[in-house]
Design a protein around this ligand. Structure first.
Ligand code: NAD
Length: 296
């Protein structure tokens, strides 16, 4: 069994690391927040003192960090991975970041004999806990084949979509579809509720038809309870849409609906709701229409 380093033990990283421990891997973990490190230590992992320290003791390193600047810092910054790695080590970055950053980091690591996969995930905290995430990976085929067993501990589906950066391109596509779906659900359910129709009945009536979706089934029950506890925070989805819009600009692709939903999310952030679950996008429509979509 390989020694795995795990850096970034937040909402997603902590349960993913726990699943690797349960599967029998030796883990060395690090996070700037001491609390989850202690929890993983109690579950059987070793504690690293820095990203460099973790890298020096691992054959495979996994990172699960908020965004591109944090991943760049952990890989290239002071006491970063690049100062600890040995040739032959593999870095699997599972954070959702810009595809361009994945490519840049991969080039720098290659000079040290280190291969990299960008392997972001979809599914959120419940699927991270169950080990049933959808994992979309980019990078060399032989690196993917070597890492597949490890990824399968954390995910129910593990797909190589292409070369480095293509994992994050896939994730951006995923995040556009999810954001637009949640906004559409909000717009529709506020209309139905304002018209005096019970939103729970509307949901039950349409969920088996063409408007039914994983988003509708995941988010509508929470909306009906008024439960916007994250989950996936609006501020993280703003980050993903920003990355999508930046990438679209670079490629000269217009992302019209994404920019509109981005502004909706920015309004919610200005209204103090950045840390709500992204299912809370509906609150934008609720406020404008002066109606709440809740169980009767
Ligand atoms: P999070 O903020 O809960 O966790 C990030 C962790 O990284 C924190 O524990 C933080 O202390 C740590 N960290 C930050 N900078 C660090 C550094 N320099 N060195 C070491 N540790 C550092 O975020 P999350 O919800 O776990 O998300 C992680 C990634 O997964 C993000 O890119 C997010 O977009 C993506 N994602 C999240 C979800 C979700 O539902 N939460 C779903 C799919 C994908």
């Amino acid at each position: 069994m390989k020694n795995i380093g795990f850096i970034g033990l937040g909402i997603m990283g902590k349960p993913m690391a726990k699943n690797l421990l349960k599967a029998g891997y030796q883990l060395i973990v690090y996070d700037i927040n001491a609390e989850p490190v202690k929890e993983l230590f109690e579950a059987g992992a070793r504690e690293g003192t820095s990203s460099q320290d973790v890298a020096s003791q691992s054959e495979v390193i996994i990172t699960m960090l908020p965004n591109s600047p944090e991943v760049r810092e952990v890989v290239l910054g002071e006491k970063g991975i690049i100062y600890g790695v040995k040739p032959g080590t593999v870095l699997i970055d599972m954070s959702s970041i810009t595809p361009l950053t994945s490519k840049e980091l991969s080039e720098k690591l290659q000079q040290k004999g280190v291969a990299m996969l960008d392997a972001p995930v979809s599914g959120g905290e419940p699927k991270a806990i169950e080990g049933t995430l959808a994992i979309m990976a980019g990078g060399p085929k032989e690196t993917f084949d070597m890492a597949k067993d490890i990824l399968e501990v954390m995910g129910a589906s593990v797909t190589r979509v292409g070369e480095i950066g293509s994992g994050n391109i896939t994730k951006l596509a995923n995040q556009i579809i999810v954001a637009l779906n949640i906004a559409a659900m909000g717009e529709a359910m506020v209309l139905a509720t304002k018209a005096g129709v019970d939103p729970e009945k509307v949901y039950q009536a349409i969920r088996g038809g063409l408007a039914g979706s994983t988003v509708l089934d995941a988010k509508m029950p929470l909306v009906l309870e008024g439960n916007f506890k994250p989950g996936f925070r609006i501020e993280l989805h703003i980050k993903d849409l920003m990355n999508a819009l930046d990438t679209a600009r670079e490629l000269n692709v217009p992302d019209i609906l994404s920019s509109q939903v981005m502004e909706i999310m920015q309004s919610l952030k200005a209204d103090g709701k950045a840390k709500d679950d992204h299912g809370g996008i509906i609150q934008y429509y609720e406020k404008l229409a002066k109606v709440e979509v809740r169980k009767e």
